[in-house]
Design a protein. Structure first.
Length: 405
């Protein structure tokens, strides 16, 4: 089997996902095109020379509606001036979409079907709000038949099932902010970050807009539970008792401060074979050792990170102790807290430079962003192996293991 090598990983800053955010004026097409224009120069190529060798562009995007619909990957590739002969595909595996795009590209490289690919994701949550695409997951029959509830209620359900308290999620959220602020201060977040430029070349955003480094535990404690009204007020908590009858109630612990931030952003990784790297003079930074997706219980929904990680470890022939660093998407604080307990991983090895609570979660792009974050953290620390995992709506999980070369 051919090694799937990672030659580079880049991301845009995350802009606040609201009309006052710095990237609100940037259409999803232009957001992704800005990242595509930055990619060639980072590996010593022109746009023409890189796209002439490129076999595929795969992009994750969750809310594929309006200006974010119509295969945004293909339109952004053309807008960025790449060779039109390069095909492009837009994928949707909910929050795992960006990593799914990377995994699919890696699989094609390993199979010999593709020599060089760009893969990543894009999400403009300010211009294509979460849920604006509707969809079957929101069909009332799924709630009545399966007991499916919104993710925030599922996050509180996960916390209740595993004894995770309000104090626990607040403390975790504070540490995410602290780690992100420390990483920003020493330049650790800057290596893979490229500014978002408008079509005239002016900079729209060059730093992450969501972090709140001044956050205190007292600030977090004053916030009201974000999903209690949905769960208790609208009666959605009761739907979960079909699967979890042992729970008399759900303890609503998550707030806006312990949930992932709503942001805009894009990310890309350049993957390919060793032969493609030699031909183009590219330096490999890592290889993909494992790439898996799994299904998990759809009512609690967010627990897929543990079985996905375990499946990836089995595929790579590794144990937890073989992994130096973990990137676990902070969709809600209970997710990494559950993951650490389930796999016996200390917090010192998880999300070492902060996560989506501090930095934000641009749905379709986050998986590719986490891959880049893992690679950069390994290089900064001189360590070798990282595992990236995300929980996914509807009860799924995805995981990728990379090893530095």
């Amino acid at each position: 089997m051919i090694d799937a090598l990672v030659f580079d990983a880049l991301r845009t800053p995350r802009g606040a996902g609201k009309p006052t955010g710095a990237l609100y004026s940037c259409a999803p097409l232009d957001l992704l095109a800005s990242a595509l224009r930055a990619a060639p120069g980072r590996v010593g190529h022109t746009r023409e020379s890189l796209s002439a060798a490129l076999d595929e562009l795969a992009v994750g995007c969750v809310t594929q509606v309006g200006e974010q619909g119509g295969c945004v990957a293909r339109t952004a590739l053309l807008a960025a001036g790449y060779d039109p002969r390069v095909p492009a595909v837009t994928l949707n595996r909910f929050c795992g979409s960006g990593l799914e795009a990377v995994n699919d590209a890696a699989a094609k490289v390993r199979a010999g079907f593709c020599a060089l690919a760009l893969a990543g994701g894009v999400e403009s949550m300010s211009r294509a709000p979460m849920g604006s695409d509707g969809g079957a997951l929101l069909d009332p029959r799924m709630a009545l038949g399966w007991g499916l509830v919104p993710q925030g209620v599922s996050a509180d359900l996960l916390a209740t099932l595993h004894g995770i308290t309000r104090a626990d999620v607040d403390a975790y959220a504070l540490e995410s902010q602290r780690r992100a602020a420390a990483a920003e201060a020493r330049g650790a977040l800057a290596r893979g970050r490229v500014p978002v430029l408008d079509r005239a070349g002016a900079t729209l955003l060059d730093r992450d807009e969501h972090p709140r480094p001044q956050t205190t535990l007292e600030d977090l404690a004053r916030l009201t539970p974000a999903f209690a009204q949905l769960g208790e007020g609208l009666g959605l908590d009761a739907l979960t008792r079909r699967v979890y009858p042992q729970l008399a109630r759900i303890d609503h612990v998550h707030t806006a401060g312990s949930s992932s931030g709503v942001v805009d952003g894009a990310a890309l990784a350049l993957l390919g074979s060793a032969e493609a790297g030699r031909r183009l003079g590219l330096r490999a930074r890592a290889r993909v050792r494992a790439a898996v997706s799994v299904g998990s219980e759809p009512v609690v929904m967010l627990s897929g990170v543990a079985p996905a990680a375990q499946a990836a470890l089995w595929q790579a022939g590794m144990r937890v102790s073989d992994v130096d660093l973990f990137e676990v998407n902070e969709a809600f604080a209970a997710v990494p807290l559950y993951f650490m307990d389930a796999l016996g991983v200390p917090h010192e090895r998880v999300n070492v430079n902060g996560g989506a609570i501090a930095l934000g979660h641009p749905l379709g792009a986050t998986g590719a962003m986490l891959l880049g974050a893992a690679l950069e953290a390994l290089e900064e620390r001189g360590e070798g192996v990282a595992l990236v995992t995300l929980c996914i709506g509807g009860g799924m999980g995805i995981a990728t293991i990379i090893e530095r070369v």
